[in-house]
Design a protein around this ligand. Structure first.
Ligand SMILES: NC(=O)c1ccc[n+]([C@@H]2O[C@H](COP(=O)([O-])OP(=O)(O)OC[C@H]3O[C@@H](n4cnc5c(N)ncnc54)[C@H](O)[C@@H]3O)[C@@H](O)[C@H]2O)c1
Length: 369
């Protein structure tokens, strides 16, 4: 399979993303060209990825002095204290700005390692090898890094771009169905907010993507998603306007995850899938979007048995908690909840144009679920 190169480039950012079966083979040479002065590498591994993946990655790094750290990826890893612990360890080993942190794992490990790379000596090189579908289509692109606070998710962080991203398709073979669903949620999001043609393609191929076996289909979905994300990131790196559209469904999702104490009962991608449907239902209720569009989206959920409602995860009386956490979302710039709603497939409301009070949200969330 041909390895596809996508470049994320604007006046401040410039780095390549390689996607393909066998893309990992490029790691050694690409680190040499992207981070030429590197002598030491900190390899931050997701403990759950299969042993043979770890072996292949280590082999690519064998010409460097490499420190390997393995972490169990749960939201507790994304904490200031764990980041500090790793930083102290790297400082003790004389890590300097020419050296490189390489992350290999899902979004949790990538966010954590990227955050450490961004603050260690005010920034060391960062290379990301995303190993989940969600990380390949979303979290590895665009430079958002961060950890959680007890007041909410991703509230501490930085914008820090990697030097290089390598998306090895064969790494997706070992993913659980639940993790394929998470990545699918973000793929669907790009089509809903920005790409009607991509939506049509997804409608035809959703079950194949979700089976996770057809590498050509996965490659197409990943490349299309990367290009959509790059469109927003290059237009608005620091999320002042256009990039906010990527939050479609995510304000609900963050509320859902927080109200569930970030437990494994519902993960990020599942919360996003429910959040996008709630945001679409709200759009219909506010007469911004047609019922037909909602039905078209719901059909994809039904056909693939995707998480679509809060009922499985919450009692009705707990919906209020979701609204309360939504009011605490970092994207709100006043005391109202800032939402991106859908107008039609590929078209959303403008950032900052739709807001609701906490009281309104508490009421509506019961009605739209
Ligand atoms: N930085 C961003 O722009 C951004 C965007 C979206 C999401 N995120 C963050 O990403 C995180 C979610 O990422 P995620 O969905 O990748 O979850 P994750 O990192 O928890 O990974 C999901 C599970 O898959 C396992 N795994 C990883 N690679 C595997 C492989 N190849 N084979 C088998 N198992 C594998 C992990 O160990 C984990 O158990 C959240 O913390 C979210 O906030 C960040």
């Amino acid at each position: 399979m041909k390895i596809h190169k996508i470049v994320l480039k604007n006046k401040d950012i410039n780095y390549p993303i390689f996607v393909g079966n066998g893309a990992l083979k490029l790691l050694k040479n690409k680190i040499k060209s992207s981070c030429p002065k590197t002598q030491k590498i900190a390899l931050i591994l997701d403990r759950n990825i299969p042993f043979e993946y770890k072996k292949k990655i280590k082999k690519q790094l064998s010409s460097y002095k490499t420190f390997v750290k393995e972490y169990l990826p749960n939201e507790n890893l994304k904490s200031f204290s764990k980041a500090n612990f790793l930083i102290e360890d790297l400082l003790k080993n004389n890590f300097n700005r020419n050296d490189t942190i390489v992350a290999a794992g899902g979004g949790i490990v990538g966010d954590f390692a990227g955050f450490v790379a961004s603050i260690l000596k005010r920034g060391v090189n960062f290379v990301n090898i995303p190993t989940t579908l969600l990380a390949q289509v979303d979290s590895s692109i665009g430079g958002k890094t961060g950890v959680n606070s007890k007041n909410g998710k991703n509230l501490i962080g930085s914008f820090y771009q990697p030097k290089l991203v390598i998306s090895e398709l064969s790494f997706l073979e070992s993913l659980k169905k639940r993790d394929l669903i998470c990545g699918f949620g973000e793929i669907l999001k790009y089509s809903l907010i920005n790409d009607k043609l991509f939506f049509k393609w997804i409608k035809k191929n959703s079950s194949i993507i979700l089976r996770g076996k057809d590498k050509n289909i996965l490659k197409y979905a990943i490349i299309k998603s990367c290009k959509n994300k790059i469109y927003f990131v290059t237009a608005d790196e620091k999320e002042k306007s256009k990039r906010m559209l990527l939050n479609f469904g995510h304000t609900f999702a963050h509320g859902i995850e927080a109200a569930n104490d970030f437990s494994k009962k519902i993960n990020h991608g599942e919360a996003v899938l429910i959040g996008m449907l709630l945001a679409t239902k709200l759009s219909v209720k506010k007469k911004l979007c047609s019922k037909k569009t909602l039905l078209e989206i719901e059909k994809i959920y039904e056909n693939n048995n995707l998480p679509s409602s809060l009922q499985k995860y919450f009692r009705k009386k707990d919906y209020k908690k979701i609204a309360d956490f939504m009011a605490n979302d970092k994207k709100n710039n006043d005391n109202r909840i800032n939402l991106i709603l859908l107008k039609s497939i590929g078209k959303t409301t403008k950032p900052g144009s739709f807001k609701m009070s906490l009281k309104q949200m508490r009421n509506i969330i019961k009605k739209i679920n």
